[in-house]
Design a protein around this ligand. Structure first.
Ligand SMILES: NC(=O)CC[C@H](N)C(=O)O
Length: 381
């Protein structure tokens, strides 16, 4: 770890935070966002939804338990940059196979440490997520103006379709664990491995499909249900996935979506999506299930949300029958789930696979399984 090498984080509003190089040396750009989980940095780093983002960890001490082969959510680290207050100098965990610093260097992830992550978080909270850059090594010596110009030349997150950079290019199948009840076609928009494990543990053969799949290819699998995963980018820029989903719903296939998948169900039903100021990223967000009145503490990672009416069920603008907002965030009333009442489809904006995070919302995988079984019974009649 190059503790003595200087590095600087530059935000697009011109603010600068000087610290130490951490991870790989060089320059990197992305949307600066903060994540408030006290644990789970490895799951955060390997969540493909963070592609294109520079993640600021609000927990001050990162790397304590090193890295291991079990807590990764995909085959690599996806964040474009990593910002921590105080990287642990020791790795202390019986499962650890290496240190986080070495992993960041190995995967070429440019980071910065030794800076005031609270001050950065307050700025992002007040001004909203914004474009940023980290500069170390020779890039740290560029002038302030050159660095700021490079940051401002980067793409805004709004309008970006990033699915192609994270999705599998080849389909693959994971067999059902235990008693098989059917199969689910998963649209891989940046799927996390724990989601696939939970689906197969509920008795589904899981067919993971590239994000370019067509409706005909998907129907040719004859799946019992369709699932849309989490993923990076702006849901407003994903027209192909929205049209594909409308085809799925017209074919009356049961549907479940998580996070990006929730936003795309929202769009398919005819609602808009919008960008939140600083988003929800953490593992302690309170969400109420409006059907049961139960409050769940949940895992989140989203910067966009669905604009649907919270209240009584109402007709979906795209003509798929009645829809209700099933879940709402108790911090800020953001829509956190949708349920169609006349077709078998629902989705949540947060992460029932909970990696990292509390498992309060795991029942949603059971709800999905029950919905598919119910649909199969109706079909048999
Ligand atoms: N985790 C996700 O699926 C994120 C969805 C979307 N990219 C957002 O930021 O809102």
């Amino acid at each position: 770890m190059a503790i003595s090498e200087p590095a600087v984080l530059v935000l697009e509003d011109g603010s600068r935070f000087t610290g130490n190089a951490y991870g790989a040396i060089g320059r990197t750009f992305g949307e600066a966002v903060f994540a408030t989980g006290m644990t789970g940095y490895q799951e955060t780093l390997t969540d493909p939804s963070y592609a294109g983002q520079i993640v600021v960890m609000t927990a001050p001490h990162i790397g304590n338990t090193g890295v291991n082969g079990e807590d990764t959510e995909s085959s690599r680290i996806w964040v474009s940059g990593f910002v921590v207050r105080d990287p642990s100098r020791v790795v202390s965990n019986y499962r650890a196979t290496g240190s986080l610093d070495d992993q960041l260097v190995e995967e070429g992830i440019v980071g910065i440490s030794g800076i005031d992550t609270r001050a950065i978080t307050r700025r992002l909270r007040d001004a909203g997520a914004m474009r940023a850059g980290i500069f170390s090594g020779a890039d740290a010596a560029l002038s302030d103006d050159e660095q700021l110009a490079a940051v401002r030349a980067g793409a805004e997150m709004s309008g970006q379709n990033l699915s192609g950079s994270v999705s599998t290019t080849e389909p693959y199948t994971i067999k059902a664990e235990g008693e098989r009840i059917g199969s689910v076609a998963v649209l891989d928009l940046g799927v996390k491995s724990s989601t696939l494990r939970y689906l197969s543990a509920r008795g589904f053969d899981v067919h993971v499909m590239p994000q370019t799949v067509t409706l005909d290819e998907l129907l040719a699998l004859n799946p019992s249900a369709v699932f849309y995963s989490n993923g990076p980018g702006d849901p407003g820029a994903s027209d192909h996935h929205v049209e594909l989903l409308q085809g799925v719903l017209r074919n009356n296939l049961p549907f479940f979506g998580i996070c990006f998948g929730n936003q795309l169900l929202g769009r398919a039903l005819g609602y808009g999506t919008y960008k939140l100021s600083f988003g929800h990223r953490g593992i302690n967000q309170p969400v109420v299930d409006r059907g049961t009145g139960r409050v769940e503490i949940t895992s989140h990672n989203h910067g966009f949300a669905v604009d649907a009416p919270i209240g009584e069920p109402s007709e979906s603008p795209a003509g798929f029958g009645r829809v209700e907002v099933s879940h709402v965030n108790l911090n800020d009333n953001v829509v956190e789930g949708l349920r169609a009442l006349d077709i078998p489809a629902f989705s949540v904006q947060y992460h029932p696979e909970a990696a990292a995070g509390p498992h309060d919302a795991n029942y949603l995988f059971d709800r999905f399984r029950d919905m598919v079984l119910d649909h199969q019974k109706k079909d048999a009649k």
